[in-house]
Design a protein around this ligand. Structure first.
Ligand code: COA
Length: 317
């Protein structure tokens, strides 16, 4: 589909220091480690930090791995549901911290935001830019009620970032972006308030969205499930992933997960999981990799990429 190339020159991640385990949560809420693990696959989550601070740390790590400086970045895209301020966006602060002199834009597409950002980055590359920084960063502890048994067990903070550049033999083979505003009020927050969620309906709609978006991206790419080497889904609930995989035909062995450690970090979850997967040496150049985001809105987003770039060979050898 594209001639210009799409290379993950470097990925980086950032997590705040404070870890809240399920057992610690159970001291203030009527729940248990066993219940949370069985129903969600989550064991802990990180709290603290700021969205711009975590975004800056993850982006700086990605730039270091890509061996590029601030003058090399042509565009900053920051996916977040938890901006530092209502006004302005958080991307300008991150650009300032990093010393960037380029466009800087927030993307609010909830947990699908980072994958929306990859598709937008591809558009900027098609328009002649060379290197785009795509960051997902969240401080969900600011809008989570940790006494609520539905949402309090799920969400945490973190950031992940990728430097995407032209050339290198990688490309976006297929993609799908979608939204359905009928479902706003199954997962939402009023200004200054904490999140409200109809967990069962979110679960159902998420499984449907994953299936529909994965199939749409496969169709656009002219590929089938059998052509996909590796999948990194949004890290919300392992049971959502398992239910969707049963319908699609993917296996957990070909799936990148970081949910147990981090909980649901919304727009940060896919780059955080990817960073771990690269550390483990599970993706190589030439692999066909699917990334699937889904979340509030409802929104969903899938890209299928022929992987090129950061494969961590130096650190995993
Ligand atoms: N700890 C212990 N027990 C709990 C609990 C908790 N945190 N939350 C609910 N329960 C209990 C309920 O009281 C109920 O008990 P009962 O059967 O005696 O009445 C039972 O567990 C089932 O409750 P229910 O609300 O039906 O749980 P569930 O199976 O729907 O699981 C979620 C709740 C939130 C884990 C689940 O709905 C979910 O993960 N949904 C998707 C949310 C999500 O991923 N959101 C982000 C999308 S990007």
């Amino acid at each position: 589909m594209t001639q210009h190339g799409f290379r993950f020159a470097g990925l980086g991640a950032a997590l705040p220091d404070k870890l809240l385990t399920n057992d610690e949560l159970a001291e203030t809420m009527d729940t248990s480690d066993e219940w949370i693990r069985e129903r969600t696959g989550i064991g802990s989550r990180y709290l603290g930090g700021t969205t711009s601070g975590l975004a800056t740390e993850a982006a700086a790590a990605a730039m270091e791995r890509a061996n590029v400086g601030p003058e090399d970045i042509d565009q900053l895209l920051l996916a977040t549901t938890t901006p530092d301020y209502m006004l302005p966006g958080t991307a300008p602060a991150v650009a300032e911290n990093l010393g960037l002199d380029c466009g800087a834009l927030d993307i609010q597409a909830a947990c699908s935001g980072w994958v929306y950002g990859l598709v937008l980055a591809n558009g900027f590359l098609l328009q002649g830019q060379k290197r785009i920084l795509v960051v997902g960063a969240e401080t969900l502890d600011r809008m989570t009620d940790y006494t609520d048994r539905g949402t309090g067990i799920l969400f945490g903070n973190g950031a992940g970032a990728a430097v995407i550049e032209t050339g290198g033999g990688g490309e976006i083979l297929g993609w799908d972006l979608g939204a359905d505003g009928k479902y706003i009020k199954i997962l939402w927050a009023e200004h200054g308030d904490t999140m409200l969620m109809d967990g069962k309906e979110v679960f159902r709609q998420a499984v449907t969205a994953i299936q529909r978006s994965a199939n749409a991206a496969l169709d656009r790419a002219g590929l089938t499930v059998d052509d996909i080497d590796f999948v990194v889904p949004h890290q919300a609930n392992v049971r959502i992933v398992e239910a969707a995989w049963k319908r699609l035909g993917f296996t957990m062995e070909q799936t990148g997960m970081r949910l147990e450690e981090t909980g649901n970090t919304s727009a940060a979850s896919i780059p955080l999981a990817l960073d771990k997967v690269l550390d483990e040496g599970r993706i190589s150049d030439g692999d066909t990799v699917m990334l699937i985001g889904f979340g509030a809105g409802m929104t969903w987003a899938t890209t299928i990429v022929r992987w090129a770039g950061d494969a961590r060979s130096a650190t995993t050898a």
